[in-house]
Design a protein around this ligand. Sequence first.
Ligand code: LLP
Length: 421
Amino acid sequence: MHYFSYRDGELFAEEVALGELARRFGTPLYVYSARTLRRHFRVMTQAFEGADHLVCYAVKALSNLSVLRLFASLGAGFDIVSGGELQRCLRAGAVAEKIVFSGVGKTTEEIAAALKAGILMFNVESRPELELIAAVARQTGRRAPVSIRVNPALDPGTHPHISTGQRDSKFGVPLAQVEECCELARRLDNLVVKGLSIHIGSQITELGPFAEAAARLKELALRLGDRGFSDLQYLDLGGGIGIPYRGEALDPVHYARTVLAELGRLGLTLIFEPGRMLVGNAGVLVTTVIYLKETDVKRFVVVDAAMNDLVRPALYEAYHEIQPVSRRQGPSAEVDVVGPVCESGDFLARGREMVLPQPGDLLAVMGAGAYGFVMASNYNTRPRAAEVLVDGAQAHLVRARETFADLIRSETIVELPTQPA
Ligand code: LLP
């Protein structure tokens, strides 16, 4: 459910016409709907109403400061994976005690910064990381709250690039080593084992893998209880709830029912790290058609947004619906929607049936809120798009379009002799 809809053939973000935004801010342009963000956050929290829980928004999905501020004001915690994301959260007014820190490669500096900020806990992914956190905590005279991230060795049935819980993945501590890891944490000074966490993958559309993950977490939590880990207070279920890119989706209420059936009566606080589910359908990428190009085998719609703006189609063959910003009558045809970047993988859609747009027409790439702008690059020396946050009839520019000057800001030209010295 989102608040992008047609009025008299014109696509609107809430009360604002996307066409007007494109004229004001140019394209390619990311447009987010605040009402959709609020709604999704409410759906997630209401699904767990009555159960002790904390929703920690996965910052990596869409990390614009205004979006983080909105979630912070709604009471969200945050799941971060870098020192940069920590700084973003703090800048946006997040409560440090609601931040969990995931990721397999936390550095000394990142650990020190997070400890200093007073985050809720580190989701620890290996023994060496545990040892480093203990050492940093010792140096700063603090006790570090940790949660062991479990690799449950199960297949979530999603795209291989976004599966994280199989046996051969780099994420988490293998199930069989978790207890040993907790014992190590107990022996090391300056650590307190506060939780167990798990994140099996992203865009998961079946309940089965979640039920399985929850069951494994429960078993472990009970065993740790038996071993006297009395500080164990949190079970972090990670993210992964799939959204309807093309029909397939998971109902958060069913997700909640499944998780609560396993974990609802343990007396522990449940943490969730949804990213895509909160922001995916809350964003679109607006792009302008530059050319129509026909070869003897194909029709191409060449647009001004490219893989550097939205890499999901190129990287995962992800499907994003594409809608005209102004509906027009006319013949429809099967087209590839492609960008200007010099790679064959630069497409936004392939073999898509649509009413043929004309040069100058605007198209909206739907479901682009999650892993859209945040994965943008400057490849082909293309400035990154602007971001606009719409709330009712108001449109706020929350990130200006990059300029060429931004792109070369940190570069210097060294004058070298034409011949080696
Ligand atoms: N927690 C952890 C530890 C994660 O690694 C992730 C995502 C999340 C939570 C949030 O997962 P979500 O609820 O959004 O599924 N770039 C890919 C997705 C990568 C996901 C990485 N981790 C894509 O565009 O599909």
